[in-house]
Design a protein around this ligand. Sequence first.
Ligand code: FES
Length: 250
Amino acid sequence: MTVALFLILTIAGALAATAAAAFQAPPSIFGGGLALAFIGLAGAAGATASAMRAPDDLTEPRTARGPTSPPPLPDDGRVTRPAFGGMWLAAIGAFALLGLVPLISLARKPGRASRTGWGAGVRLVDENNAPIPHDRLVAGAIETVFPQGATDLPEAPAVLIRGDDGGYRAFSKVCTHAGCPVALYRHASHQLICPCHQSIFDVQDGARNISGPAPRPLPGLPLDVDAEGYLVARGDFDAPVGPDDWDRVS
Ligand code: FES
């Protein structure tokens, strides 16, 4: 019976770890399931070995017929031999499922939306988490904004700019060269400037990179105004945020 309990622990732990990986549960749940599976397997193996060990004073009466050795498998209480074998197979099968975990990770495409926090209808907020009303900025002013409820995501910050025509534009604040914050705005020429290596982006041309080492424009954030007069995003950034090699890291 002890072996059976350990095998059940192994199966439950392995299944829990596989499910945790499949549903992106916290790593602690995956690790806990894995630990249970290994503890269960080690316990089952130890209990089996202990049960199969013959006592030192074992004597076997001579008989003219019939088996001359005790059964090789432990007498495990109420667990029958076929059930015992089946439980071992189930435990090994559950462990084999864990082999799918790397494949699950490989098949999962890193989701940009969850990394930026922006999406349709998400309000723009300032650093104090206050929504931005549509008349907040004067022409030529800029402000760093974040998606409401996700201000701490590293790819979330955007630069909000009010143009001379009264319209708003917003672009990722993360430079496409090496990821520095694009913090400077030259109103006269409508240029955003990255202070790290002096890349310059033309705000009136979709934040196109016109000078410096940045390899591509700053991703744009489509904007709208909601029914209450606050600025909202119409979706996520229109391109991957930051340096190109960031997207190859999940
Ligand atoms: S990080 Fe912006 S120009 Fe290098």
